[in-house]
Design a protein around this ligand. Structure first.
Ligand code: M6R
Length: 613
């Protein structure tokens, strides 16, 4: 949560920072602010989105070649102008932007108050700014800004990505990281700093990902890297492979719509190079070393949050059915605090689009400490989870900017399907013939998704009929139960309509009481082993006058006669069906949210990566 941008070089800093903030706005949009260094440090900050900040700054002096900017997702202190970043220490020595949480901030604040410090905001960041200043002033000229920062950080418990301006050393920026990501872009006589690479890619493709405990002192033509404990570190320069088009809307009204329509390509990118051209085998290079552990695992534990957790649930069905290895799926937030039993021969699969989700990261560390092998499935290259895990597979879906996850989900399920098929084959749980059939099914997915996307206008018409509903129920069985959960989550988060996902058979144990003529029920009812049973569930809904929107296999005539609306998807093996059936649900939630005038890409109260617990 929160986006951070910094610039130091010969160019005007403000336009670079404001553009960077727009790219990072998906990380939080409660307030935005900038600090630009010229002869003095000029600070502007405003509640609301980056465009509110732009209005405030219009016609004001923003000249200067060094600057920092921040877009906030509020943790400590309500979203208002005062709590917006940057925060300056009481005597003006340090100006700080921060992503993360200082957990011991109230203790530190109390100590600073006892020593005469006053606070204007309710934020933990102002405490950090004042702590650095207190140490700096106490050093009586014996310590420089960098030392003060390192000493202050050694007293801090929590997570941070920070960038700091020091009034007495105006030719540098100081950046530090623990837990919250920071990337530094290297230009010609200039550096760019950001929470992720999206603001950097238009300037340079050479980057350094800061590691935990790193402190970087950045001048326009020099960067030095140390640990908080003052040990020197050699910066590892890496090349970005992202292209600028992937972070633009490219003519779509919203990033979410673009990302839904990108799925034929993103799914292809996910299996590109991993399925042999003659469809004879799956190769997952990133798992090569841990494959024997996976094959012999007594149990696989999947850890994730939100949509990634739903992908994990699909994997439970896939891996148990195809590879016959027991699987448990856990929320990171529950796993980390419930004293889980972890065996050394367990394999943990952590799934995360951003690779930065705090609860998933914490769960990974617990599993590692217990001696288990941890595999990551992440989308953002160079993010924290791939760095913390023993092995992994990138989903290669490309940047996902819309807060509601769409293409990342289908990419995760694609990877998990490949893993299940490979394990099934290696453990002799499926025949060579079946293995080849699954591979073929998987490679047919992009063209089938293309077909489903042609139903967009039909789905829009259906959306118009139900846009004012107060509740929705989503039902699915087997592989399609997690899809029901995912459909409900998509609707909730972007349209603010209450929605529940249920295994269809569970309906009669409670939710059926909700059904009346005002209740739209989305039933995912493609032709598989439980088809007859889900047809009965549809009848149960209709008998109570509920409105049924059914996702069916093309050519289905039985459900067509029962349901109020049908949306067809091409025929596929039931194990592959989640990748198809989720697409109409993404479009349904998108259109309903647009018709309700909701901010689809930046839904209220949410942020793209949840880097706080
Ligand atoms: O980056 P991650 O996949 O770890 O994020 C997990 C959840 O925060 C995320 O999936 C969230 O639920 C999305 N907003 C859902 O659309």
């Amino acid at each position: 949560m929160c986006g951070i941008v910094g610039y130091i070089g010969d160019k005007e800093a403000y336009p670079i920072i404001i553009n960077g903030l727009k790219r990072l706005e998906y990380r939080g949009y409660d307030s935005a602010g900038v600090a630009i260094v010229d002869k003095r440090t000029k600070i502007y900050k405003k509640k609301g989105k980056v465009n509110e900040l732009e209005k405030l700054v219009y016609n004001k002096d923003v000249s200067g070649n060094i600057g920092i900017g921040h877009t906030r997702w509020a943790t400590h202190g309500e979203p208002n102008d005062v709590n917006a970043h940057p925060h300056t220490s009481e005597n003006g020595h340090f100006t700080v932007i921060h992503n993360g949480i200082i957990e011991n901030y109230s203790r530190l604040k109390k100590r600073l108050e006892d020593r005469g410090y006053n606070f204007v905001s309710k934020t933990d960041t102002e405490v950090l700014a004042n702590l650095i200043e207190f140490i700096y002033i106490k050093g009586k000229g014996e310590i420089d800004a960098e030392q003060a920062v390192r000493l202050a950080l050694s007293k801090v418990i929590g997570a941070y990505g920070i960038v700091i301006i020091a009034k007495d050393e105006p030719d540098k920026l100081i950046a530090a990281r623990k837990g919250s990501p920071l990337v530094i872009g290297i230009g010609e006589g200039e550096y760019f700093i950001a929470s992720d690479a999206t603001p950097i890619i238009e300037h340079t493709d050479s980057v350094i990902y800061l590691n935990n405990d790193n402190v970087a002192v950045i001048k326009k033509d020099q960067l030095t890297l140390k640990t908080i404990g003052n040990d020197k570190r050699e910066p590892l320069i890496q090349k970005l492979s992202m292209d600028i088009g992937s972070i633009e809307k490219n003519g779509y009204d919203h990033f979410m719509l673009k990302e839904i329509f990108e799925q034929p390509k993103s799914i292809t990118d996910t299996f590109r190079g991993r399925i042999a051209a003659d469809l004879s085998e799956i190769r997952l290079g990133g798992l090569h070393e841990v494959m024997p552990k996976l094959e012999n695992a007594k149990r696989i534990l999947i850890i994730a949050c939100g949509t990634s957790w739903h992908a994990g649930l699909v994997a439970e069905y896939l891996i148990e059915t195809i590879a016959r290895i027991p699987v448990e799926v856990e929320y990171g937030s529950e796993f980390r605090y419930r004293k889980p039993i972890i065996y050394k021969d367990d394999v943990i699969i952590a799934i995360s689009q951003s690779g930065e989700t705090a609860d998933t990261l914490a769960a990974i560390n617990i599993a590692k400490e217990a001696g288990a092998t941890v595999v990551g499935i992440c989308n953002v290259v160079g993010s924290s989870i791939p760095r913390e895990t023993h092995a992994g597979v990138y989903t290669h879906a490309g940047p996902e900017i819309g807060v509601a996850s769409t293409k990342a989900f289908t990419a995760q399920v694609t990877v998990l399907t490949m893993i299940a098929i490979l394990l099934g084959k290696n453990n002799n749980k499926i025949s060579e013939k079946k293995y080849l059939e699954y591979i073929k099914e998987l490679t047919d997915i992009p063209s089938k998704v293309e077909e489903i996307l042609k139903s967009d206008s039909l789905i829009k018409e259906i959306s118009a009929l139900y846009k004012n509903a107060s509740n929705f129920l989503y039902l699915g069985r087997g592989y399609l139960f997690p899809v029901a959960l995912e459909g409900a989550l998509k609707l909730k988060e972007i349209s603010y309509i209450h929605a529940e996902g249920y295994p269809a058979a569970e309906m009669k144990h409670g939710p059926i009481a909700l059904i009346d003529e005002n209740m739209p029920v989305v039933v995912i009812a493609t032709q598989d082993n439980s088809y007859d049973k889900i047809v009965s569930n549809i009848q149960e809904v209709k008998a109570r006058n509920g409105k049924v929107i059914a996702i069916v296999t093309e050519g289905d005539t039985v459900i067509k006669d029962l349901a109020d609306h049908v949306i067809e998807v091409p025929k596929s093996h039931e194990a592959i069906a989640p990748l198809l059936t989720v697409i109409p649900l993404q479009l349904l939630s998108y259109h309903i949210a647009v018709m309700r005038d909701c901010n689809v890409d930046q839904p209220r109260n949410l942020a793209k990566s949840v880097t706080v617990e």
